[in-house]
Design a protein around this ligand. Structure first.
Ligand SMILES: O=C(O)CCC(=O)C(=O)O
Ligand SMILES: [Fe+2]
Length: 291
């Protein structure tokens, strides 16, 4: 029989695998943690940069670094799309609402942001707390963005100066803690809440030489000559902006420290400086508010 000229059918596996989101990683449990009474929200620059030292313990950071090292991280291109900041690091990104919720509820982050319990150093517990909190966070806080990003910077890698955009999303309803399924299949979609990201969360799992996150409160301090086309909101009137000039704010990485900074219209120009020795590991998410 002569060989058939018919082409073999095209495999369809590519299409199928592309439309199926990857399963979330099997994140290690968030333990050990310090008691929430030992945590506090510290102000680096009022209404702009806050930190929470020891949100993760050194032991938990080590566990996470070993685990994250097993994930398929991808090196970002050194020549980004037009308009995007140059960032050279290895990253892993996943939509994982369950993990975002665990980070929010299980670490004490929620209590600190919402001003519950003890330990805040001021921002959340002044008179008229509720209104101040809404002003600080940019609305009614819902929780953390399920879009979880993991960054690894090895020596020579960095994130060039840029502004973080605010993004809109449909915020998923809280996962029920019981094992029973939702009563109707529409329960999940009907309760999606229109949301907006307002602050960036960076959780440092290591410290290293270099790799600091640096903020430039005034545009005159832009280190590369890159000028933003965006309108700058209130950032020029921040307390260190006397006469339009101010020193860069250098946030040294501390193992287990969370750094929160305002983003969107009021985002300060910032960068992740080049790592010179060691490896910088970061978990990134965002604070979301009701839109
Ligand atoms: O890694 C850093 O220090 C900065 C990261 C950053 O700016 C970002 O994720 O937008
Ligand atoms: Fe950023």
């Amino acid at each position: 029989m002569p060989p058939s000229k018919k082409k073999p059918p095209k495999p369809t596996t590519t299409t199928t695998s592309r439309s199926t989101p990857p399963p979330p990683p099997n994140w290690p449990p968030l333990t050990p943690l310090l008691p929430t009474s030992s945590l506090s929200l510290q102000t680096v620059l009022p209404s702009q940069i806050l930190t929470i030292p020891h949100l993760f313990t050194p032991t938990l950071c080590k566990t996470y670094v070993s685990f994250l090292s097993t994930l398929p991280l991808v090196t970002t291109p050194a020549n980004p799309k037009k308009g995007d900041a140059v960032r050279v690091n290895d990253r892993f990104q996943i939509e994982d609402k369950v993990f975002a919720e665990r980070l929010w509820e299980g670490t004490g982050l929620r209590g600190l942001v919402l001003g519950e319990g003890e330990g805040e150093d001021g921002e959340g517990e002044e008179e008229g707390g509720e209104e101040k909190r809404r002003e600080l966070w940019g609305g009614d806080v819902l929780g953390l963005n399920p879009n979880i990003r993991i960054y690894r910077y090895t020596p020579g890698q960095h994130f060039a100066p840029h502004y973080d955009d605010s993004n809109t999303l449909s915020f998923p309803p809280p996962t029920t803690t019981t094992t029973s399924p939702p009563r109707t299949s529409t329960a999940l979609t009907h309760h999606l809440i229109p949301a907006l990201t307002t602050w960036t969360l960076l959780l440092y799992l290591t410290s290293c030489v270099g790799g600091e996150t640096v903020f430039y409160p005034s545009s005159q301090d832009e280190p590369t000559g890159k000028k933003s086309k965006k309108k700058k909101g209130k950032e020029g009137s921040s307390s260190v902006g006397v006469g339009g000039r101010s020193e860069p704010i250098v946030c040294e990485m501390e193992v287990g420290m969370a750094l929160l900074h305002r983003h969107g219209r009021e985002c300060l120009l910032h960068e992740g400086r080049e790592v010179r020795e060691g490896v910088k590991w970061v978990i990134r998410s965002d604070v979301c508010v009701r839109r």
